[in-house]
Design a protein around this ligand. Structure first.
Ligand code: ATP
Ligand code: MG
Length: 259
């Protein structure tokens, strides 16, 4: 897998440069106005691993994702990421003056033809809106178009920043299933920033909690796929993560009852 290296800026093309890792972050610090939002953070993501990142608002999740995406290079420390990566944000960010298929191809190198976009749109169930204008899409459709735009890049790393945050509950469940399917089919590594603990436990191999500028807690999600929220182990993981986020689940046993 080819890699981009941010600081020290010695780009390597050798896949063996980072055996066993799709992402390697060492001692990463990012400060704004003298305040370290990310403070000597370390993180490894394995090839094909899907990781969810939780943390209170303002703790630096989007900052970390933007750094991994190569959108922010004003950093200290070392960040190794695959060269082929794609990002989807909470707002689909489609260009209103370009038809859906042209949006999907936007920024791709070379001169990709329409069928390339059509294939990606079919993968997200949007083949019937290929020629539509973005403003005529529903919120869920726009988000799927945004996913198609990410997939068409054939990423080795898919970065998602609250991609379902603006969707209604039903559309959100469908979009989560779609991401689960796509990730399993594509086999790329993924980092999903979310506020939704259930979403994290449903989708991820590993869930991280960010706090005070570092990964303060992490847990493997040892549940078979497809996962169901009715599984007692699911509730246990959810409760532990909520606890780590400083929220007690309403159905959590009291310390006295658990003793
Ligand atoms: N360009 C910037 N200039 C100054 N401060 C910034 C900048 N970008 C982010 N910050 C600050 O860094 C901190 C982390 O922001 P970030 O957007 O990463 O948080 P977050 O964890 O994604 O929050 P949320 O869950 O609300 O999206 C915040 O205090 C924010 O104000
Ligand atoms: Mg954010």
């Amino acid at each position: 897998m080819a890699t981009d290296v941010h600081r020290p800026v010695t780009t390597t093309k050798s896949p063996s440069a980072q055996p066993g890792s799709a992402v390697r972050v060492e001692g990463l610090t990012r400060s704004f106005d003298g305040r370290a939002v990310i403070d000597r953070l370390d993180l490894d993501v394995k090839p094909g691993e899907f990781v969810a990142l939780l943390g209170r608002s303002g703790c630096g999740k989007s900052t970390l994702l933007r750094i991994l995406a190569g959108l922010d290079r004003d950093i200290e420390g070392t960040v190794l990421v695959p060269r082929r990566k794609a990002v989807a944000f909470q707002a689909p960010r489609l260009m209103p003056w370009k038809r859906v298929w042209r949006n999907v191809l936007l920024g791709l190198p070379g001169k990709p033809e329409r069928p390339v976009a059509e294939r990606a749109l079919a993968e997200v169930g949007l083949e019937h809106r290929t020629n539509a204008w973005p403003k005529t899409l529903s919120g869920g459709e726009a988000q799927r178009a945004s996913l198609a735009r990410a997939l068409v890049r054939e990423p080795d790393l898919l970065l998602l920043d609250e991609p379902f945050g603006a969707l209604d509950a039903l559309t959100r469940i469908k979009a989560q299933r779609l991401v689960d399917e796509l990730w399993q089919r594509r086999g790329c590594a993924g980092l999903l920033v979310t506020h939704d603990v259930e979403e994290a436990v449903l989708l991820a191999d590993r869930v991280l909690v960010m706090d005070e500028g570092v990964i303060a807690y992490e847990t493997e999600i040892d549940l078979e796929r497809p996962r169901g929220i009715s599984d007692p182990r699911f509730a246990e993981l959810r409760g532990e993560l909520l606890h780590r986020l400083g929220v007690e689940a309403p159905d959590a046993p009291s310390p006295a009852a658990a003793a």
